[in-house]
Ligand binder design. Structure first.
Ligand code: FAD
Length: 465
């Protein structure tokens, strides 16, 4: 295994479960890739370097098989799943209950119940259809067709068709913006739908102690199966490795670097054409107290979407795609310490906030991110004890997979959702016998769920062992 992100560890576990001898080599000094935590600002303040809120982790059918709680993982479920404040001082709250959520949406209550309630009820059928390769023979064709027709729409179109009020439209837009696609793009609705459905089906939990606990639990499980992990051990060429199968938790750019001339030219050229999406600018905060939200409901969730209306969010998300830095960025904010006192000294707090910027942008977004937080939490800045800002280049320096700050392992537009990373019957395989790709640059894409890794390892087991 090259790389110890959640997908690398998931692949390693899947192989070790079959009794194979597995070695994971990780470039960084700590394991976890996008699921690491560290004292980034001040002693005693534990920050999530990347992922913080984990609907996909809770929903992962693979993680469910692992009994990760026996290896130290404890999910904490905040009172609400996600909150979206508006300028009038109110907030839209996504509760675990569809009824309770719909009740907060006024005239759109029925439409929300119908749209999201239908797919939440179908989730047990949709789970394996949606969290895998887009192109496949479905087990539940009717449920998938019903979902697909809606999910393939641009989020902007679905929001306007399904809802009449600004609140419900803004809510869907906030979820869809996780795609990092312009909201006028086909399939951007799918991200909003899946995240809202997961809020009701499984919740949006945070791990006690930080995202690192997910990686630590996966690593503990792997070691219990006999697997080994070496940290501070970057692989610079596949020629360094001798194994029956090599499974790489890397993006296509790194794979072409590692494999060099071993890759057939046509395949290498296809990998070189693989596109990366916008980058992320992230700020971590050590705070003297909880964020002073105008709408008290914002304190009920670990995740807050800051960006106002559908129109505003759509304007913010279209910029980075065409190289434009948004003036009023849509900001995703995580505040896990409200629900997990282990993250900060007594009565103190941690939070991170990030926005999307053009890939590789070196624009400092700290002011603009804080202006958005202040808009919904006046006085926020006076609570900041320390902050650490990271531009796309900083994120890439701490993880080679974040090419230009892209946190999803490549753009997630329709073409690259369907053929990720290139058109192949088994997308995890390569033309080189025994060489596989398992990162979020393969289906189903970004997020902490381990499913790319699990499926890649299964492909390796079928092909090699
Ligand atoms: C700021 C930020 C916020 C996020 N928030 C969330 C969230 O709240 N919820 C969520 O579900 N997801 C979130 N994500 C996305 C999530 O972290 C990723 O989708 C996920 O970690 C991808 O897993 P992976 O295993 O494919 O790759 P990664 O986690 O990126 O791991 C890849 C690993 O491979 C290693 N590696 C690469 N090349 C080599 C090499 N040549 N030799 C050795 N090792 C190598 C890297 O060092 C790294 O450890 C966030 C990401 C970021 C950056």
């Amino acid at each position: 295994m090259v790389g110890s992100g959640p997908n690398g560890l998931a692949a390693a576990i899947t192989l070790a479960e079959r009794g194979l001898s597995v070695l994971v080599r990780e470039a960084n000094d700590t394991i976890g890739g996008g699921t690491r935590s560290a004292e980034l600002t001040l002693p005693g303040y534990v920050h999530d370097l990347c992922s913080a809120v984990h609907p996909l982790g809770a929903a992962s059918p693979f993680f469910r098989t692992l009994a990760l709680e026996e290896h130290g993982l404890e999910w904490i479920f905040p009172a609400a799943e996600v909150v979206h404040p508006l300028d009038d001082g109110t907030a839209i709250v996504v509760e675990r209950s569809i009824e309770a959520t719909a009740a907060g949406l006024g005239g759109d209550a029925g439409a929300y119940r119908k749209l999201i309630g239908l797919f939440a009820a179908d989730w047990p059928k949709l789970e394996r259809e949606v969290l895998g390769p887009l192109i496949h023979v479905p087990r539940h064709p009717i449920a998938l067709a019903r979902f697909g027709v809606t999910a393939l729409l641009p989020a902007e179109v679905l929001a306007r068709l399904a809802f009449r009020g600004e609140s419900a439209r803004a809510l869907l837009a906030g979820g869809a913006a996780h795609s990092m696609l312009p909201l006028g793009r086909a399939a951007s609705a799918s991200f909003g739908l899946v995240l809202l459905v997961l809020a009701h089906a499984v919740g949006w939990p945070v791990p006690r102690g930080g995202a690192q606990r997910i990686a630590d639990a996966l690593a503990s499980h792997l070691r219990s199966l006999g697997g080994e992990i070496e940290t501070g051990a970057p692989v610079e060429s596949l020629r360094e490795l001798s194994a029956r199968a090599i499974v790489c938790d890397v993006t296509p750019r790194e794979l072409t670097r590692l494999a060099g001339a071993q890759l057939p030219r046509a395949y290498r050229e296809r990998l070189e054409r693989y596109r990366y999406g916008p980058g992320v600018f992230k700020v971590d905060y050590a705070l003297s107290g909880p964020i002073p939200w105008t709408a008290p409901a914002c304190a009920r969730s670990a995740c807050v979407h800051l960006g106002g209306t559908l129109d505003e969010i759509a304007a913010s998300e279209s910029g980075p795609w065409v190289g434009r830095v948004p003036e009023r960025p849509f900001v995703i904010l995580a505040q896990p310490s409200l629900f997990d006192s282990s993250r900060a000294p007594e009565s103190k707090h941690t939070a991170w906030a990030y926005c999307h910027v053009p890939n590789g942008s070196d624009c400092d977004m700290t002011e603009r991110i804080e202006a958005q937080i202040e808009r919904f939490a006046p006085g926020f800045r006076s609570h900041v004890v320390a902050r650490k800002a990271q531009a796309p280049a900083d994120l890439e320096a701490s993880n080679r997979n974040h090419v230009g700050g892209d946190i999803n392992g490549g753009a997630q537009d329709l073409a690259q959702l369907a053929f990720r990373p290139t058109p192949r019957r088994v997308p995890y395989s390569t033309p080189v016998p025994g060489l596989f790709l398992c990162s979020s640059s393969t289906p189903p894409g970004g997020g902490v769920h381990g499913l790319c890794g699990h499926r890649a390892a299964r492909a390796a087991l079928r092909a090699v062992f």
